[in-house]
Write a protein that binds this ligand. Structure first.
Ligand code: NZQ
Ligand code: ZN
Length: 388
């Protein structure tokens, strides 16, 4: 097992009708900014419920954080933080609202040009760089990213999506009430299953380091997602299926699966470019890239692919090559059973567009990806061509 340093201070408040806990965990004198997205939380009445839970505290609102949150939008919230002397934030929404709120907290009192924070990549931004932040909690409405219990964010700027990581950006608490996700469109539920699935495989389908428990936690999440995925999409108000979906999504990216094991993330980095270039949803980009990447990288990932075939898909018969082929086929079929297309061409992206994606990967420094840092631009090109 590899060495690791695990830290996660986020309190999880899980279950139905837990909004009143907000009162307990937001300081009673706080001046609060509620951040939200394009209006779903406003329309459903959730923002009013959150305000009611905040009682007599002074509350401001900042709506309009778009999917794949934009730097410019978030900087408008920074102005509100400064002018209204906000000292607590409450993010109500999916990954985009939560990520956006993380960036707002880092940018609010950053002394330089906040654009610089986008250049740090996976290096964690420390209190030596950002001297003051605004604590925040979240109310999750879309189970997918794990942002509610991690310290990462992905921020859009120009033609790119930039990871931002900082231990200063962990939520203090997150309310995970599965019923708040019942209003999601089916495609967002499906995206959420796929995002959680691929977060898990990015930290599992690499090479063996004898992380026995990590492997079994990963396999437990994958098996659960396979078991409840179709139901979570098809039956929006099935509480049990959705509760399992929510908890899988949170656990798949809160640091537990990846502690002490190699991590890939190439599917995500290539996927981010597809979102930036063609506006394809994050979960859909993963459904396109991941099966193709596994086909192209089957030698590097051979041992773990065989383990995945046997333990997750229960494939016991056939040659090693046949087992791997079938495991990848079943993965693709699982994504498609959720109603998500897995081929680039099905999203209108043709072969002549691939050089543009490769250019963007190069421009963003994504030239040596994967757990072994040998996934070059050439291999990214092959993965994309294979995904057409
Ligand atoms: O904006 P509103 O009106 O709220 O509508 C949203 C949005 O249109 C809607 N929605 C959310 N909850 C709803 C709802 N509609 C009805 N009922 C509800 N309960 O869903 C749409 C998509 O929301 P978004 O937050 O963009 O989706 P998601 O949670 O999938 O987040 C995607 C973003 O997270 C980043 C992605 O790159 C992308 O920018 N990621 C963040 C990660 C992290 N912080 O750790 C890791 C991930 O790999 C990912 O990269
Ligand atoms: Zn993701």
């Amino acid at each position: 097992m590899l060495d690791f340093d695990f830290y996660n201070p986020t309190r999880i408040i899980f279950g139905q009708d837990r909004l009143e806990s907000i009162d307990k965990y937001v300081p009673s004198e706080a001046v609060v900014l509620i951040t939200y997205g394009g209006g779903s939380a406003k329309k459903s009445g959730l923002i009013d419920q959150v305000k009611a839970a905040l009682g007599k505290r002074k509350v401001y609102e900042f709506g309009g954080i778009e999917p794949n949150p934009h730097f410019e939008t978030l900087m408008k919230a920074v102005e509100v933080i400064r002018s209204k002397k906000i000292d607590f934030m409450l993010a109500v929404g999916g990954g985009s609202v939560i990520d956006g709120t993380k960036f707002i907290t880092l940018a609010s009192y950053y002394e330089g040009d906040a654009c610089e924070l986008l250049k740090c990549g996976f290096a964690r931004i420390t209190s030596a760089v950002v001297k003051k932040t605004i604590p925040f909690g979240t109310v999750l409405t879309l189970p997918a990213t794990g942002s509610e219990m991690n310290c990462g964010a992905v921020i859009s700027y120009g033609h790119g999506k930039f990871p931002v990581m900082s231990e200063l950006a962990f939520p203090q608490f997150s309310v995970l009430d599965p019923t708040l996700t019942f209003s999601l469109p089916k495609i967002q539920v499906a995206n959420g299953i796929i995002d959680a699935f691929v977060h898990t495989t990015e930290q599992y389908l690499t090479y063996p380091v004898d992380g026995k428990l990590q492997d079994r936690i990963a396999e437990g999440i994958l098996l659960t997602l396979i078991e409840i995925g179709v139901t979570s999409v098809a039956e929006p108000e099935n509480y049990d299926a959705r509760a399992n979906h929510v908890w899988c999504a949170t656990l798949s990216l809160n640091g537990i699966v990846g502690a002490g094991v190699p991590q890939d993330w190439a599917t995500h980095m290539i996927g981010h470019e597809l979102t930036a270039a063609f506006g394809i949803d994050h979960g859909q980009t993963l459904a396109i890239v991941m099966p193709s990447l596994l086909e192209v990288r089957r030698q590097q990932k051979r041992a773990k692919l065989l383990q995945y075939a046997e333990r997750v898909w229960q494939i016991k018969k056939g040659s090693e090559e046949e087992k791997i082929d079938l495991a990848i086929k079943k993965t693709r079929e699982f994504f498609e059973s959720l109603g998500v297309k897995t081929r680039l061409s099905q999203y209108g992206v043709t072969a002549d567009k691939i050089p543009l994606v490769i250019e963007q990967l190069k421009y963003h420094g994504m030239t040596a990806l994967s757990e072994t840092r040998d996934l070059s631009l050439d291999i990214s090109r092959r993965i994309l061509e294979n995904a057409l």
